[in-house]
Design a protein around this ligand. Structure first.
Ligand code: SRM
Ligand code: SF4
Length: 564
């Protein structure tokens, strides 16, 4: 039988039901490919442990990854502790903070999938819409605030999440409600925004405060940049058409930064964003999934067309985007005062993996601190975590516990490590061509050695690594990026800027993992000698140009205007 397209599967699925329920009841170790496609909408990816598969091809190694949907990355202490329990009871004993402010669990078995989802929902953590062709987790700057106007900005993550939530009861019926295991084929809910085939592809929204790009706003399908008049929230600069994913050797796919579209008032946010979602629904390609993101509509039809189409779909007039201050990126790590007299502590989590290792028991440490001091948690888009609402009197005790558990404080790591991001890649990601999360700490150590030997160890260069070109760690806005290309080889991108507002460019292809840092070391030396005052590495790269840098890489002794 011919394989169904994703569009056909969605259409026939009765609002994302398909055969998931029947398949959950059978004893097969994995799902059919149709069910697997629908499971994504429920926040579930079927995967295989690729390490185990390599070692033993005679045994089945299927498992699932589950992604929570946590607007703004916010968790109560109870929710954090529940997720920590679930990681032990059903998953691989780790919690993985994603680049979009939420948690993933890896290694859950099909036979325990329903129980796992139920345990999460019991803690009021849903997974519906965390993946799939739908609006994903809505990002917002996680820094805690009690200022009403700043809170209002953060609230939009919840408002948008609720308004763009799918109406289907499939999730509830399949995973949660034991009394409803009935044939519900006649019950098809209205999906007023999505329709029965949902969106052509995923759709991502982020909210930032003007001046702080901690959410990488320009890489989202829709970005909202909060603009203040004094203390009052005046409205938002609306951005559209950002995205990172590309495919090697396919020029029709490319990373793209969002365009500045308009300035809109707070009361118009919901209407404007919903209208953009419907533009994607109606104009996104249903034939070619590689060309189905909103960014390609903007690229193909142009920003003027997009503005006109948006104007046709909303009931208000919008203004031109307002000029705002330049972005910086605050990672919110370390100790900070909240504006209510309490403190928050940003904890660095290497590549987002909360795990107990021999000399650093981060998972146990965080669990104990959160439990003992009843701390709420916020996850960040840099894969870190904020412990919030800390009584200042508890600070010494928390500091002592952090030290006892071997958790590194931000003062103890280099600026380069602090800024680094890597995607999950091996062994769970089915699309990974190379390693990322598991090797990047070592690559950063090599960078640290190289920078130290050049006496520029305090350089805050932003470096990111992904195991394939899909761009899950947003590599194409980093100053240095390594993107998995073939076995142990990477494409090197250079030239993004520290505030995430410029795309990096393809600098070198097929560089072996052992050669990544040695290849770039002559450029780091040249940077040390020839940079302007306070010039960032990415800005330097763009100023001197790739021709010069290629010459340097080909012959590190080439005569350039260097100091040594
Ligand atoms: Fe991603 C697919 C992991 C953020 C672009 N991403 C995947 C899958 C599900 C692989 C798959 O389809 O089988 C990965 C699961 C790996 C695993 O084992 O856990 C995966 N993506 C991740 C996470 C966990 C990376 C991380 O290390 O944190 C991030 C989860 C975010 C979340 O909580 O929702 C993650 N993915 C991103 C981002 C960054 C962002 O959104 O800010 C991007 C680039 C932005 C964008 O969407 O353009 C991104 N992921 C992709 C793509 C390429 C999409 C495209 O337009 O071409 C894929 C492949 C696909 O969808 O076909 C993908
Ligand atoms: Fe997997 Fe590629 Fe995303 Fe990394 S960038 S998690 S390898 S899909």
């Amino acid at each position: 039988m011919a394989k169904l397209s994703v569009e056909e599967i969605k259409l026939a699925s009765r609002n994302l039901r398909g055969s998931i329920l029947e398949e959950l009841k059978n004893s097969a170790l994995f799902f059919t490919s149709e069910a697997e496609k629908l499971l994504k909408f429920h926040g579930i990816y079927e995967q295989e442990d690729r390490d185990k598969r390599k070692l033993d091809r005679t045994t089945d190694h299927h498992q699932v990854m589950i992604r929570a949907k946590l607007p703004g990355g916010q968790l109560t202490p109870e929710q954090y502790l529940a997720m920590d329990d679930i990681a032990d009871n059903y998953a691989n004993g780790t919690l993985r903070i994603t680049t979009r402010q939420t948690f993933q669990l890896h290694g859950v078995l099909k036979s325990e999938l329903r129980e796992t989802i139920q345990a999460m929902n019991h803690a009021l953590v849903t997974t519906l819409g965390a993946c799939g062709d739908i609006v994903r987790n809505v990002l917002v700057c996680p820094a805690p605030t009690t200022k009403p106007q700043q809170q209002a900005v953060q609230e939009f993550a919840f408002t948008l999440n609720a308004a763009l939530y799918p109406q289907t009861r499939a999730y509830h019926q399949i995973f949660l409600d034991d009394t409803q295991l009935i044939d519900d084929s006649d019950i098809i809910e209205e999906e007023p925004i999505y329709g029965h085939t949902y969106l052509p592809r995923k759709f991502k929204i982020a909210i930032a405060y003007a001046g702080d790009n901690c959410v990488d706003i320009y890489t989202n399908d829709v970005g909202l940049v909060a603009v203040f008049d004094g203390d009052t929230l005046a409205g938002f600069n609306l951005l559209a058409g950002g995205g990172m994913g590309m495919t090697h050797n396919n020029d029709e796919t490319f990373p793209r930064l969002a365009d500045d579209i308009a300035f809109i008032r707070p009361e118009h946010v919901l209407e404007a964003v919903t209208a953009i979602v419907t533009i994607h629904r109606d104009y996104g390609s249903r034939e070619n999934r590689k060309h189905a993101r909103l960014k390609y509509i903007l690229h193909d039809k142009g920003v003027d067309w997009f503005r006109e189409e948006l104007a046709r779909r909303v009931s208000f007039l919008f203004d031109a985007p307002r000029p705002v201050q330049e972005f910086e990126v605050y990672d919110h790590l370390g100790w900070h005062e909240q504006d209510n007299g309490q403190l928050f502590l940003g904890v660095y989590v290497e590549n987002g993996r909360i795990i107990d290792r021999e000399n650093a028991r981060m998972r146990s440490g965080l669990r104990t601190i959160i439990e003992q001091f009843n701390l709420s948690v916020r996850l960040t888009c840099q894969q870190n975590l904020l412990l919030t609402n800390i009584n200042p009197a508890d600070r010494p005790a928390i500091e002592a516990m952090i030290a006892d558990y071997g958790i590194r404080t931000v003062e103890k790591i280099s600026k380069m490590r602090r800024n680094a991001l890597a995607c999950v890649a091996m062994p769970t990601c089915g699309l990974a061509i190379t390693e990322a999360e598991r090797v990047f700490p070592q690559i950063i150590s090599e960078f640290e050695d190289a920078l130290d030997s050049l006496n520029i160890g305090d350089s805050a260069i932003t470096a990111r690594m992904t195991g394939c070109p899909n761009g899950c760690a947003r590599p194409y806005v980093a100053e240095i990026a390594f993107v998995g290309r073939s076995l142990e080889k990477y494409t090197v991108f250079l030239g993004g800027n520290p505030n995430g507002t410029r795309l990096a460019k393809n600098f070198l292809d097929l560089v072996h993992i052992t050669e990544l840092v040695p290849t770039l070391t002559p450029i780091l030396r040249y940077y040390r000698d020839c940079r302007n005052e306070n010039e960032a590495f990415g800005d330097f790269v763009m100023r001197v140009g790739f021709d010069v840098l290629h010459a340097l890489v080909n012959d590190p002794d080439v005569k350039l205007a260097t100091g040594d």
